[in-house]
Design a binder for this molecule. Structure first.
Ligand code: ZN
Length: 588
């Protein structure tokens, strides 16, 4: 619509409003850019910070006149912060596009904070940036459109009608400098007035800082953009280049085949197997030959945070403080000479499988398993045999490790994550605006997705059992993080680890070892069933548990981190275990 474009583009290009272009006598007076900045900042600090002010109003220690003056000073601080930020962006023709962008960003941020109880930090924004089109589509709904319209339309409408007074370059620099200085003075003065209250509030309620909109997003973007300064991303540190196969491979009759199922958004609390009141895992619960660790904890609260951490040798603390990126668990397995394959039914492996064979099943066309353009997890089993057969024969003869990356319980459209034949609980929430549904309906849809995972894991074990004549098999299933289902008005996941509720961090961890794998690895299921029933374990142990199970010997392997080590009796050649094996790595 070229006509519409010519009506709108001149606004953005900062010229006179075309509503009056033929009638210059009636044209509104041109505004100094500073006014636009100040007024938009006030709108941002008020309307676009409802989640923040709601939290501040609910603070128990802020009541009466003192509470009100604290709130007021806080609002002035936020507004002044916005002015300071926007004064840096307010340059001539760039002013209006910059303000439009910031307003839209703030409106979107407000919607997600209000609707899902999330906060915005670098890790959350990394998730957003790594989201694929289908995942984004799951989040779009009318409520989002209405919220963004309500928060962004009034200032944008107003803004686009203001003609802006052009300033010469030098005056522009001077005026922006004054605006910035003024904003900083107001900010500091307000801060000093309530400093005691402000300092203690920010210390005791750390989540507030992630609610200050849109400074939270700008800060997070800056954090991501400056990451190369903190982590040397240009080099990839080699890892485990000394890796060798242990003595269990000498003269082996059949090679080992380990399937690592990487779960998505499955929380331990909703697994029938782990004591949940509902029978969400009927097939797994009926098996006596597997082990479910009920006290297992994730490394992060999102896929982007957990995945690279799980496959790293560093553990959570070491991974967060790393100065360079390293090769991963999959590289070490490959260095040892094993065949390694990553099968992805989700949005990718976040870099951990970059140097091993990989295949994606998301775009396959299978009428039964991929209705409506989305493939359910069992599609991975359908292609598995053929994809494994395509790996180098020499490596397969030694042994194979396959990762199956599930779609699992990925939200918010949980109802899409289970086939109609597997739906046990109803009615389901069929909206992606979860807050529109009763919490019970959200839980019903989520629980059905766990039933689907139960079905998938059982099918994986059954498939491995059919391979018993060719390989010595095992399956290890761990989820990347948990999920909030409306408890305390929180939804989804991705809260900063320190303030995230346990349901976002406690994950299912299920181990199935075939009899052949038990004797091969020296790890007995019966022992694990006792040892892992209560013991606290974390993703920190994943890297070492897999190396231990596959009998890969390397200096990067640490027996004291290997969650299966306490149950390993004599294997042909004990690994370089230096510490007493009973020190489960715990984090409180
Ligand atoms: Zn995830």
């Amino acid at each position: 619509m070229p006509h519409t474009l010519t009506r709108w583009l001149p606004f953005l290009a900062n010229t006179r409003t075309p509503f009056h272009s033929s009638d210059t006598a009636n044209a509104p007076q041109a505004w100094h850019p500073a006014w636009l900045v100040v007024l938009v900042s006030v709108w941002l600090a008020t309307a676009c910070n409802v989640p923040l002010w709601r939290e501040v109003a609910a603070l128990p220690d802020h009541t009466g006149l003192r509470g009100a003056s604290f709130g007021l000073a806080f609002a002035v601080i936020v507004a002044a912060g916005n002015v300071a930020l926007l004064s840096l962006l307010a340059w001539g023709r760039g002013l209006k596009p910059a303000l439009v962008l910031v307003v839209l960003m703030a409106a979107l941020g407000t919607y997600f904070m209000l609707s899902y109880g999330i906060v915005i930090d670098a890790s959350m924004l990394t998730n957003v940036l790594q989201t694929d089109v289908r995942e984004a589509g799951d989040l779009l709904n009318w409520r989002l459109a209405a919220t963004v319209l309500a928060l962004a339309a009034p200032p944008l409408w107003w803004l686009l009608q203001r003609p802006v007074r052009p300033l010469g370059a030098l005056r522009h620099v001077a005026h922006n400098g004054l605006l910035l200085l003024g904003a900083v003075v107001v900010l500091v003065a307000s801060l000093l007035l309530v400093f005691q209250d402000f300092a203690s509030t920010m210390r005791n309620h750390t989540q507030l800082r992630y609610l200050i909109n849109p400074l939270n997003s700008v800060y997070a973007l800056g954090h991501i953009a400056t990451k190369p300064l903190r982590i040397d991303t240009s080099t990839m540190q080699p890892l485990g280049r000394d890796a060798q196969l242990g003595a269990s491979y000498a003269g082996q009759t059949k090679p080992p085949l380990l399937v690592l199922v990487l779960g998505e958004t499955a929380r331990s609390a909703n697994f029938g197997l782990n004591g949940y009141a509902r029978p969400t895992t009927p097939l797994l619960s009926a098996r006596s030959d597997l082990v479910s660790a009920t006290n297992a904890w994730s490394c992060g609260t999102s896929t982007a945070a957990s995945l690279p951490c799980m496959f790293s040798h560093l553990g959570r603390d070491g991974f967060e403080g790393r100065k360079t990126n390293s090769e991963t668990l999959l590289d070490v397995l490959q260095h040892a000479g094993l065949a390694v394959l990553w099968v992805d039914n989700q949005s990718g492996c976040k870099g951990v499988c970059d140097r091993v064979a990989q295949t994606s099943t998301t775009a396959l066309k299978d009428p039964a398993l991929c209705p409506d353009g989305e493939c359910s997890d069992p599609i991975m089993l359908k292609v598995l045999e053929e994809r494994i057969a395509a790996l180098p024969a020499e490596q397969r003869a030694r042994g194979t490790v396959v990762v199956l990356h599930q779609m699992g319980s990925h939200g918010p459209a949980y109802y899409k994550r289970s086939d109609a034949s597997l739906k046990r609980f109803g009615p389901e929430c069929t909206s992606n605006a979860l807050q529109e549904c009763d919490q019970a309906q959200v839980v019903n849809a989520y629980d059905n997705s766990i039933v689907a995972t139960d079905h998938f894991l059982n099918a994986t074990i059954q498939w491995l059992e059919t391979q018993a004549d060719k390989a010595q098999t095992a399956m290890v299933y761990v989820s990347d993080h948990g999920e909030s289902l409306g408890e305390g008005n929180l939804y989804l996941h991705g809260l900063p680890y320190a303030i995230a509720p346990d349901v976002q961090k406690q994950v299912p961890w299920i181990t199935w070892l075939s009899p052949a794998m038990q004797s091969r690895s020296g790890v007995a299921t019966a022992c694990l069933q006792k040892d892992l029933a209560q013991r606290r374990i974390t993703h920190d142990g994943y890297f070492h548990a897999v190396l231990g199970l596959m009998d890969v010997q390397s200096t990067v392997y640490q027996a004291e981190q290997d969650i299966y080590a306490p149950c390993r009796n004599t294997r042909q050649a004990p690994m370089a275990a230096t510490t007493a094996p009973n020190t489960a790595h715990a984090r409180s």
